[in-house]
Design a protein around this ligand. Structure first.
Ligand SMILES: Nc1nc2c(ncn2[C@@H]2O[C@H](COP(=O)(O)OP(=O)(O)OP(=O)(O)O)[C@@H](O)[C@H]2O)c(=O)[nH]1
Length: 540
């Protein structure tokens, strides 16, 4: 069993202290005392407004349909978190792990799943400095605050159709240290990861730890399939629970390797030991520790990721924050009080947040071409679009999905079509390449069934195909177009026409459109494109 939790101390995740606003630059002694005084008050604990804001951003993108089973082990208040247990298969990618096997088939640069390491930036250190001028060798403290660490954002954009361009690691910039003359350090650079629309981003385990586990399991049980290893091993996860009433584990709680409350000081000239025994410092630190705690609470409130992922099924107008940077540390200018005239200390910045995320491209095109191998799907895509899929007279020439964009001139909407590897009979029982690639067109508005008229029984083949992809019930949820390809073969044979008419009749009964074409000879291609355009829309 793997336990995620990096730090074990109990925290209060759902509340924050009310009064924590720090005096702005150049705070006066009185402002500092007032601020520290509010911290000294038994400040009321209240629900964090930030939590609600972040929840509402996530709620817009929360994955609705693809939920996996979890087991709730314990609920707050026992643990502060909802502890859930789930097979590690749900927090890694079997395809990703397989990519490292010897039998990896790759074609083109289509990549539909990536595991990516992300880290936000550390907050910059506050500065210890004193004003110096012609009259004063040591004037009042003027050390500025550290800059905030950069955050990691994700945004879905138009015009991308693969995850291949993503890096394996994204690290946001650290905030710069504060400087003399009350200068705050600059903010660390944010990272914006752009992905194709249709990408789902989920928290996942460090792939190295998964591989170590898989390797050791495989050593002790050579014949155990990877799938079973990932199902049998479980992971414990702390989930955010909103309230006593609403204890659905919606978010995974992330934890920073943060300094302890009341720690995180940077001393200059005099040591930590010197300060720690002074009553004035002890009193100050009691107050500042409350400030630390409010930051702690704020971080715990923000550092969470929807358990079932962030679904970027549409172009996102605003980037979604995955990992927030650490806040900058306070400069010594904040610690000037009537008792402390020479604060030779400042706070270090808050720590960054690090995590792995799985990026999965779920929907890649408006239309998906569905057919058995060799039906002519790649040829069709090649004739109607700019895509250049592999074409061959042997089966399974397409091993990875290819996407073509069809531009139809001014005023007409562009649409995309995906050619996925051919499905074979028994695919739903995991034969051949199984239905692995069907997931790419699972969310497409329309499916285009491609059948070869050279097939002795095209209607029978169409029915088998429908069965393989989930049955009539499921197929009826899509806009459907049936394309009878290879109409050039036996074109003058009435039997060929018969075959098409049978399909047309069947299609009409389902209220589907159909068309005979010859992709090879480019016959009926213009009509096909029109019909496809209609199929790509919501109303056929
Ligand atoms: N006669 C004829 N041959 C065609 C036509 N369309 C495709 N072909 C041929 O059929 C063979 C298979 O075509 P592909 O486009 O690779 O078929 P596919 O459905 O993409 O095949 P997989 O990649 O295996 O799924 C090739 O030799 C094509 O030249 C057509 O309209 N008429």
């Amino acid at each position: 069993m793997i336990n995620l939790r990096r730090i074990s101390k109990l925290r209060t995740p759902f509340i924050r202290l009310k009064s924590t606003s720090i005096p702005d630059n150049a705070p006066t002694l009185l402002e500092n005392e007032e601020w520290l005084g509010t911290l000294d008050d038994n400040a009321e604990l209240s629900h964090d407004a930030n939590v609600e804001t972040k929840n509402s951003i996530f709620d817009k993108h929360v994955t609705k349909n693809e939920r996996f089973p979890i087991k709730i082990i314990s609920t707050p208040p026992e643990t502060k978190y909802i502890k859930v247990q789930s097979p590690i298969a749900n927090f890694t990618s079997i395809n990703y792990l397989r990519q490292y096997s010897k039998h990896n088939h790759t074609q083109g640069n289509f990549v539909d799943v990536r595991i990516i390491q992300c880290r936000s930036g550390n907050g910059g250190t506050g500065c210890v400095s004193f004003l110096r001028d012609a009259n004063r060798r040591v004037g009042p403290p003027d050390g500025g605050d550290g800059g905030g660490g950069g955050s990691v954002y994700v945004q879905a954009v138009e015009g991308m159709n693969s995850l291949s361009k993503l890096k394996t690691k994204y690290i946001a910039g650290d905030g710069q240290a504060g400087a003399s003359t009350q200068l705050d350090g600059s903010r660390g650079k944010n990272i914006l990861i752009t992905v194709p629309k249709g990408t789902v981003v989920r928290w996942c385990m460090d792939p190295k730890s998964v591989r170590t586990l898989v390797d050791s399991e495989m050593k002790s049980n050579i014949n155990k399939p990877l799938k079973d290893i990932l199902q049998d091993n479980k992971i414990d996860i702390d989930c955010y629970g909103r309230s006593k009433e609403d204890q659905r584990p919606k978010y995974i709680q992330l934890f920073r390797e943060q300094y302890e409350t009341g720690e995180g000081w940077l001393f200059k000239d005099k040591t930590k030991d010197y300060h720690e025994i002074k009553d004035w410092f002890k009193k100050l630190n009691r107050n500042v520790a409350r400030y630390d705690r409010s930051l702690d609470v704020e971080e715990v409130s923000n550092d969470k990721i929807p358990l079932y992922g962030i679904d970027l099924d549409e172009v996102t107008d605003k980037p979604v924050c995955l990992l927030e940077g650490g806040k900058g540390g306070l400069g010594n200018m904040h610690f000037l009080t009537s008792v402390i005239r020479n604060p030779r200390f400042a706070k270090i910045g808050r720590k960054s947040l690090e995590s792995y995320f799985m990026f999965e491209l779920k929907s890649i095109a408006d239309l998906g071409l569905v057919g058995f191998p060799n039906a002519g799907k790649s040829t069709i895509l090649n004739k109607i679009s700019n895509a250049t899929p592999r074409i061959g007279s042997w089966e399974f020439t397409t091993l990875r999905p290819t996407i073509g964009t069809i531009m139809r001139g001014p005023g007409e909407k562009t649409f995309t079509v995906a050619d996925i590897p051919g499905i074979i009979e028994g695919a739903h029982l995991d034969r051949g390449m199984g239905l692995e690639f069907l997931k790419h067109i699972e969310r497409s508005k329309g499916w285009v069934f491609v059948i070869g008229l050279n097939d002795p029984d095209p209607l029978g083949t169409l029915k088998i195909l429908i069965n393989e992809v989930g049955g009539l019930e499921k197929v009826r949820t899509k806009n459907i177009l049936v394309v009878c390809n290879k109409a050039d073969i036996d074109a003058n044979n009435p039997a060929s026409m018969e075959k098409y008419l049978k399909i047309q009749k069947f299609a009409e009964l389902q209220a589907w459109d159909s068309i005979p074409i010859s992709a090879l000879n480019e016959e009926n291609i213009d009509v096909l494109v029109d019909k496809m355009a209609r199929c790509a829309k919501n109303n056929t």
